[in-house]
Design a protein around this ligand. Structure first.
Ligand SMILES: Cc1cc2nc3c(=O)[nH]c(=O)nc-3n(C[C@H](O)[C@H](O)[C@H](O)COP(=O)(O)OP(=O)(O)OC[C@H]3O[C@@H](n4cnc5c(N)ncnc54)[C@H](O)[C@@H]3O)c2cc1C
Length: 408
């Protein structure tokens, strides 16, 4: 009797996997990870005419990785040519996002203001600006101390030597950008399957032959690793050692704080690395704690609030009265590489395996360029947006590291 009842109920109730229907048996390109990077790659592939694209995301929703934890900052003020080039494609793209994808990016060009209180930092900003001009970007201006304080009058100014400001830098909504890329890609034929974990990368004599998933195998000759902080794990499935480590990063939102304008830029105190930007009626505070060790730790540590507020008050005295509810703080993971640059492109030892990883804090702002470069490399074998060798995995073995020091 019991067995009979059980049997009837099983027959009437399909499992969740059955309800979703079978997974595609094959695809031209399989992308592992449906965050902002995987979504941008899917968009750019379909934009270039490759429509049989399958994005596999293990969570039941997109954006639960680093993308949903991001501060959303976008900037062209970098120290290395390749990061500047990636921003020069990405920022105008994000500014025109709605026109290009039909969906909003919530780009707010409120600028990044770097505040220098030492000659060393001022010299560093001058060198960065010269590099940007060399690459054809003239949007960043060097500022005297008076100009810095005019932009943000609440700064403690007695030690400020100057700074730099770029008006097209600013912020976007990372969720919106991810969803916009994904929706447009799907309109053009891509499929995004959620709740599907890639558990193995299949290989034959020619290279990549497919992926194994919790819902069965998918045949493909091209797999892209867009697994964010979990990138090293996915690379290992293809027998590839990838130097990408997760590093916890905490953000502190404040309660409403009308003393600072909602039009204020992202403001960076170069002396301590403390930075903040307007968010809602309050502010979003960030600081990279040098004591943080690599690992998959995503709990918010409430003792961080005091650490960050100490730095905050040093640069903006009225932050002494900042109302902060520690329960609203959150933590996510940066995906760090040894030289703080992304790892992009094919792995020659495993034909058909591509990397889009290790953004070291810049994956939201560089997602448009990354999508374009990966689509170029997968479909044409080359890209004119950057010299693809610069960010290849080989650079670590060959000692061609490119140190980016403008990491926030
Ligand atoms: C607190 C914080 C602040 C930040 N601020 C900024 C900023 O201001 N500007 C900026 O540009 N960047 C910022 N970043 C960095 C940025 O968020 C990341 O670089 C970016 O989101 C990376 O996107 P992604 O798609 O590669 O990774 P993710 O968003 O992590 O997506 C990877 C996806 O892969 C999925 N996945 C993993 N393994 C598998 C598997 N085996 N099978 C299927 N799916 C899998 C995961 O579930 C995840 O959804 C910040 C990050 C943090 C944590």
């Amino acid at each position: 009797m019991m067995v009979g009842v059980q049997g009837r109920s099983d027959a009437g109730q399909k499992s969740k996997a059955e309800e979703r229907g079978p997974l595609s048996k094959s695809a031209d390109v399989v992308i592992v990870g449906g965050g902002i990077v995987g979504s941008s790659i899917a968009y750019h592939l379909t934009d270039q005419g490759c429509r049989n694209v399958l994005v596999l995301e293990r969570e039941t929703r997109q954006g639960l990785g680093s993308t949903g934890k991001s501060m959303g900052g976008v900037r062209a003020q970098f120290a290395t040519a390749v990061n500047i080039q990636m921003s020069l494609y990405s920022i105008p793209f994000l500014a025109r996002f709605e026109e290009l994808t039909g969906h909003p990016s919530s780009y707010r060009p409120q600028g990044y203001l770097f505040v220098a209180s030492s000659e060393k930092h001022l010299e560093y900003l001058r060198a960065n600006q010269a590099k940007q001009v060399e690459l054809g970007f003239k949007g960043c201006e060097m500022l005297g101390a008076g100009d810095v304080v005019r932009i943000l009058p609440q700064l403690r100014a007695d030690d400020v030597r100057g700074g730099s400001f770029c008006a097209t830098d600013g912020f976007v909504d990372p969720y919106s950008v991810m969803n916009g890329f994904g929706a447009r890609a799907m309109e053009r034929g891509a499929r995004i399957e959620k709740g599907v974990e890639v558990t193995a990368i299949l290989r034959d004599n020619c290279g990549v032959a497919g992926v194994e998933t919790g819902r069965g195998p998918v045949q493909t000759r091209a797999v892209v690793n867009a697994a964010g902080p979990w990138a090293a794990e996915v690379a290992r499935m293809a027998g590839v050692q990838l130097p990408v480590e997760p590093l916890r990063r905490m953000l502190v939102p404040t309660e409403p704080f009308p003393q600072i304008s909602h039009q204020a830029p992202m403001t960076i105190d170069m002396a301590t690395g403390f930075h903040f930007r307007p968010e809602g009626l309050g502010l979003l505070l960030a600081w990279s704690d040098p004591d943080e060790q690599p690992g998959f730790k995503t709990s918010f540590d409430s003792s961080f609030v005091e650490k960050i507020l100490t730095r905050a008050v040093q640069r903006v005295p009225c932050f002494e009265n900042l109302p902060v509810n520690p329960a609203r703080g959150w933590a996510g993971l940066y995906e760090m590489t040894p030289d703080h640059h992304a790892v992009l492109g094919p792995v020659p030892e495993v034909p058909g395996f591509f990397l889009a990883n290790g953004f070291s804090g810049h994956g939201v702002m560089h997602s448009p360029a990354t999508g374009r470069i990966l689509a170029d490399l997968i479909l044409k074998g080359t890209s004119n947006l950057i010299d693809p060798r610069t960010l290849s995995l080989d650079r670590f073995a060959e000692g061609r590291l490119i140190e980016e020091t403008a990491v926030l």
